[in-house]
Design a protein around this ligand. Structure first.
Ligand SMILES: N[C@@H](CCC(=O)N[C@@H](CS)C(=O)NCC(=O)O)C(=O)O
Length: 200
């Protein structure tokens, strides 16, 4: 199988981390992809032109990162990173949606400066996105998940916090230092997390 992603994509990191921890990396070849390149085969595999995309051996494309995690969980026997019981599953997927939402908002902040000239950057729009990140970080700090739980939810939260550390859209370490301990505990429990850090 092919996993089309960059090493810097936080959504791609979710998939790389899950694959590594679940012992599936020998079945998955990482392939670089450029969402901005109209000639990149990525757009044929995923019409949305987004990474990551997992290309199965029969050519079927699986996206987005949430579906890829579901697929990897199934490959690993099921119930490994997405709980089998309904309540646990809904809690885990909701936590994943929170982490993914932080990354979505954080990426839009990056894209504002990447794709629009500085003179038309729109501060209210950037503040609107930052508000989503701030509120989500505050909610996490008030009710953090168990850092020793490795599932789609904690994967997404860890990848989101690390992405904010890298791009610095929001200084969550200053506003919610309690979460520093959460990320440290997760990293200690899941050594594969640091192994999936992208280039800086
Ligand atoms: N919901 C998607 C989000 C993926 C996403 O936004 N990926 C970014 C890179 S980190 C991307 O491909 N951006 C290009 C674009 O939006 O056109 C997922 O979970 O995989």
């Amino acid at each position: 199988m092919l996993l089309r992603t960059t090493l810097t994509s936080p959504f791609g990191r979710k998939a790389r981390l899950a694959a590594l921890r679940l012992g599936l990396t020998d079945k998955i070849k990482l392939t670089d992809a450029d969402p901005m390149n109209p000639d990149d085969v990525l757009r044929k595999d995923n019409p949305l032109g987004k990474i990551p995309a997992l290309i199965l051996d029969n050519g079927q494309a699986v996206f987005d990162s949430r579906v890829i995690l579901e697929y990897l969980d199934h490959m690993a026997g099921g119930g490994k990173i997405i709980p089998a019981d309904f309540d646990g599953r809904i809690k885990c997927l909701t936590l994943q949606a929170l982490g993914d939402g932080i990354m979505d908002a954080a990426i839009l902040i990056v894209y504002e400066s990447r794709h629009r000239p500085a003179e038309i950057h729109h501060k209210p729009w950037l503040d609107y996105q930052r508000g989503k990140v701030d509120r989500s970080i505050a909610a996490l700090a008030a009710n953090p998940p168990d850092p020793k739980t490795f599932n789609a939810g904690t994967i997404a939260i860890a990848c989101a916090l690390a992405y904010l550390d890298w791009r610095k859209q929001v200084d969550w370490r200053a506003s919610h230092p309690a979460l520093i301990g959460w990320l440290d505990a997760f990293r200690a429990h899941v050594p594969e997390f640091d192994q999936t850090a992208g280039p800086v």
